[in-house]
Structures are given as C-alpha cells and as structure tokens.
Ligand binder design. Structure first.
Ligand SMILES: [Ca+2]
Ligand SMILES: [Ca+2]
Length: 173
C-alpha cells in the first residue's frame, strides 16, 4: 500500500503542530483594562470635527467638517478655535476627538452635539476645554437625553459613575 505522505513531510507537519501548541498559550495576553480605558470598540482614530455655532432656537450644531487620522499627532492640525478635546482614556490618553468652533470659541449659547455615534460614542473618560469654553454638560443618551453631570474646566477623569457613557454633550462659556 502506497504511503500518502513521506516521513519527512509527516515529521515537518508534526513539528509545526507541536510548535503551534507551544507558541499558542504564550501569545501576548490581553492587557487588563486600566481605569478609564476603553474596553469596547472605539473610534481608533484621532479626529477633528469643525462645528457650526448654535443659532437662536437651534439645539444642535451643524457639522461643517470632519477629518480623521490614525496619527496621534494629528489633532494639532487645522483647528483654529478648539472647543474641547475628548479622550478615550483617563489623563488625556488614547485616541480622541477635537471639536472645533466654526465661528469662534464658546459663548453663552455655545455648541451642542446631538449624537456621538461615529464620534466616539460611550468612550469619553477625560477632556480638555479651550479658551472661553468652560461648562461641559454630558448626557447618557443621544439628543441631550439623561443629563449626567455638568463640569467646569478640564477633567482628567470623569469618574466611574460617568465613564464610557457620554452619547451627547453641550459646551458653553
Ligand atoms: Ca474610555
Ligand atoms: Ca450613553
């Protein structure tokens, strides 16, 4: 009866299988999520979002432009009037989104983002505000539903209670 494979082939297959068995369990384990870390699928991009000013009677800022990059240094670009930069991790770490004012910094009306879907929904762990922008209201739901808290100034961590929940926000002077 004819052998289907040679001994040499059988040996190399066996070696490959043993190597796989040995290497498999030693593969890098998934690192434990740090507090404020993003454990769900995040944007994995650094994005700049230029938004229109809230008009009288308007609840939601129109988005004028969005540009993203996987380069972490990207956020330094083109943003004439940064309003707020939102980070996926605490202490201003990880990927993030910089929201820029299409018509200057914040005033009392400020800017409002109705839906963080596509802009890092449920990832927010820390943020920095710029210039006249001071008050940040974060909401658990889209459309400014379920206000969680109003912050004044930068936050290196939004806290366990509100971490990874922001789905819409307002920012104003
Ligand atoms: Ca996060
Ligand atoms: Ca939410």
């Amino acid at each position: 009866m004819r052998r289907l494979i040679s001994w040499a082939t059988a040996t190399s297959i066996l070696t490959a299988l043993l190597t796989a068995l040995v290497v498999g369990p030693t593969a890098t384990p998934a690192s434990a999520a740090a507090p404020g870390g993003n454990t769900s699928a995040g944007p994995q991009q650094n994005c700049v979002v230029v938004v229109d000013k809230l008009r009288p009677g308007q609840q939601v800022s129109d988005i004028l432009q969005t540009r993203c990059s996987t380069d972490p240094a990207f956020s330094a670009l083109i943003c004439g009037d940064p309003l707020v930069r939102m980070y996926e991790n605490l202490n201003y770490g990880g990927y993030g989104y910089t929201f820029c004012g299409g018509y200057g910094t914040c005033d009392a009306a400020g800017y409002g983002f109705r839906d963080m879907g596509g802009f890092g929904n449920n990832i927010l762990s820390s943020f920095k505000v710029y210039d006249a922008c001071k008050f940040v209201r974060i909401y658990d739901s889209t459309g400014f539903g379920n206000l969680m808290v109003t912050y004044y100034g930068n936050r290196s961590y939004v806290g366990d209670q509100y971490n990874d929940r922001t789905s819409s926000f307002r920012i104003s002077a």
